[in-house]
Write a protein that binds this ligand. Structure first.
Ligand code: F6R
Length: 244
């Protein structure tokens, strides 16, 4: 628990940098799982700062983003491709071919094969070294909504009403907000060697309590992290305020 989200984000950035640099020393790739949304914005700003001011290189980094709305054009203002380029990828030295974000432009019949390939790329690289997560108000991780199974695969999902309402501001109204998304499944998240979930603000306090102290249940996918061997929740005081 950190005094505020800035200090929490700086600590997560340091952890990511140390994994990248450890892998660099061993001439290995660092496989990062990345999230979008408001929670990691300060983290990405700090990673950019570490690159520009302290020489942190992303040349040995391969990224897999958790999710993308479907359908979604890559240059749309709300696409996660655009979000990641603007906040991180265009500002560091990551190689474009090492960036992976679920493709919101596929035709429906190609999605299943695409998702299977996304997972097999991760497997061939030896799995995700460090997975960054936010958490939805309903306990979703990625877009694994309430009811997602612990062994769920990467797939097209229907977004919960609460998720669409949370996103509706960005889309200028609920009627414009996508109903579906492609998400990395819970199984690949649980197979990551290390997981860091970030949550800021009082609005997340109830779901943080349920995820950390409640029963492990597919109604709250973030609760699966209780049985992960190396998962940490990084919180500000407000998000932690309901924990006992
Ligand atoms: C985004 C994602 C989502 C968000 C979650 C929290 O890639 O996977 O699970 O992390 O909806 O969103 P924010 O951070 O905007 O509160």
């Amino acid at each position: 628990v950190f005094e505020n989200s800035t200090l929490g984000s700086i600590a997560v950035a340091r952890e990511i940098a140390s994994v990248i640099q450890f892998k660099q020393k061993n001439n290995e790739f660092c496989i990062l799982g990345l999230a979008t949304g408001s929670s990691p914005k300060r983290l990405y700003a700090e990673l950019v700062r570490l690159h520009k001011e302290e020489g942190l290189s992303f040349k040995n980094v391969i990224t897999f983003n958790l999710d993308e709305y479907y359908p979604m054009e890559q240059d749309s203002i709300n696409s996660y491709v655009r979000f990641m380029k603007e906040l991180l990828f265009n500002q560091v030295d990551i190689l474009p071919e090492n960036i992976h974000i679920p493709d919101g432009t596929l035709s429906k019949e190609d999605i299943a094969d695409y998702c299977a390939t996304y997972e097999s790329m991760i497997e061939k690289l030896g799995g995700i070294d460090l997975q960054i997560l936010g958490i939805g108000g309903n306990g979703h991780i990625g877009f694994n909504e309430s009811g997602s199974l612990q062994n769920s695969k990467t797939r097209l999902v229907a977004l919960d009403h609460i998720t669409r309402v949370a996103a509706s501001g960005d889309f200028l109204g609920l009627s414009n907000t996508p109903r579906t998304a492609i998400t990395l499944g819970v199984k690949k998240i649980m197979e990551a060697k290390q997981v860091i979930l970030m949550a800021w603000g009082e609005g997340k306090a109830n779901i943080i309590k349920a995820s950390v102290e409640g029963t492990v249940t597919n109604l709250i996918p973030a609760s699966f992290l209780q049985v992960h061997k190396n998962a940490v929740f990084v919180l500000d005081k407000e998000a932690s305020s309901k924990l006992t």
